[in-house]
Design a binder for this molecule. Structure first.
Ligand code: PCA
Length: 324
């Protein structure tokens, strides 16, 4: 009898202490569950849950189901969610540095982009830290091209077109080409195109594929304007409460996710462009005229960014250029 009571008490105590230390981290993500960003996030979550022995269980919520994309950063900053993934270039209004990955024609291949990211990473981590966020990992999107519901040979053809934007650079691009920008999260774009709220966008083949945009759009021009990233960050106060051992485990899982994510981005690029074509879209390079006109607009946007990002921004671009 005494033995049973003792055993039960010990079991309860063990359970109790396990419960006291086990934490569940809900992780909001903005993009389709089938997209590689979300799959890599889910693998990262399992990695952490398993390797911490359940001390920290991360549960991902893709498709903007917990918080829509434009609320994720604030949710993590305010502790409503401990961790999350966000396209940081959408927060360029807070600080121009967040837009380092959306400067037209600065880094248009994955290799160039990796060097640009390398140059920007320390400043980005510092900026996040100043906002109470700790950087964990980030993953690139494929190169950005232009989608339309008609053939477009020049910037003049873009006049008055309703354009779906996802960050400051995309909105500015619309303004400079005479289009009408409307900011819409990726989770909402199929509907926006179907109802005519938007008729065009700049994005990757990946997002066009994820959202089956061939149901409304007809042309994809491989402009390769830039390569933006999604970043996973954790609330710094939450992070400080994590044991050193678990911090190391989480960082290792994050490092793996970054490597896997980049590989998946590369694999997904051609696959999704092929799928757009298979589903009836015209996929190809822009006309020479369109490419030249876009380059000129890109020049203006680059100058504007450099002005906004000040010395830190200039240093990033300089370091990047020297690394090529
Ligand atoms: N897809 C995301 C951002 C960049 C991309 O390729 C989107 O369109 O929202």
């Amino acid at each position: 009898m005494t033995k049973t009571i003792l055993a039960t008490t010990t079991a309860l105590a063990t359970l109790w202490s396990a419960a006291a230390y086990a934490e569940k981290w809900d992780m909001p993500m903005a993009y389709a569950a089938s997209n590689y960003h979300s799959e890599v996030g889910a693998a990262f979550a399992s990695c952490v849950t398993e390797a911490t022995g359940g001390d920290i269980e991360i549960v991902t919520h893709p498709s903007g189901s917990l918080f829509p994309g434009d609320q994720i950063k604030r949710a993590v900053q305010t502790g409503q969610a401990p961790i999350g993934e966000r396209l940081l270039s959408a927060h360029q209004n807070e600080n121009a540095l967040f837009g380092f990955d959306s400067i037209p024609f600065l880094a248009t291949s994955f290799d160039q982009h990796a060097k640009l990211f390398e140059a920007a990473k320390p400043a980005l981590e510092e900026l996040l830290a100043s906002q109470g966020l700790t950087y964990l990992y980030s993953v690139p999107w494929p190169p950005q091209g232009l989608y339309f519901n008609k053939p477009v040979e020049s910037v003049a053809d873009m006049e008055g077109v309703k354009f779906r934007s996802y960050n400051n650079a995309t909105a500015r691009l619309a303004e400079l080409t005479g289009m009408l920008p409307v900011q819409i999260e990726a989770a909402e774009i199929s509907q926006a195109f179907a109802t005519g709220v938007a008729e065009s966008m700049i994005s990757s083949g990946a997002t066009g594929y994820d959202r089956k945009v061939w149901e409304s759009l007809t042309h994809f021009y491989e402009v390769d304007a830039w390569i933006p990233r999604n970043t996973v960050f954790v609330n710094t106060a939450v992070w400080e409460g994590v044991s050193d051992d678990n911090k190391k485990i989480i960082q290792d899982c994050a490092d793996k996710a970054a490597v896997e994510g980049e590989k998946r981005a590369k694999d997904y690029t051609q696959f999704t462009l092929d799928e757009l074509a298979k589903n009836g879209m015209e996929v190809g390079p822009p006309s020479e005229q369109l490419a030249a006109e876009l380059r000129e607009i890109g020049q203006t946007m680059t100058e504007e960014w450099l002005e906004g990002a000040g010395e830190t921004g200039q240093k990033i671009v300089e370091t990047y250029k020297n690394s090529n």
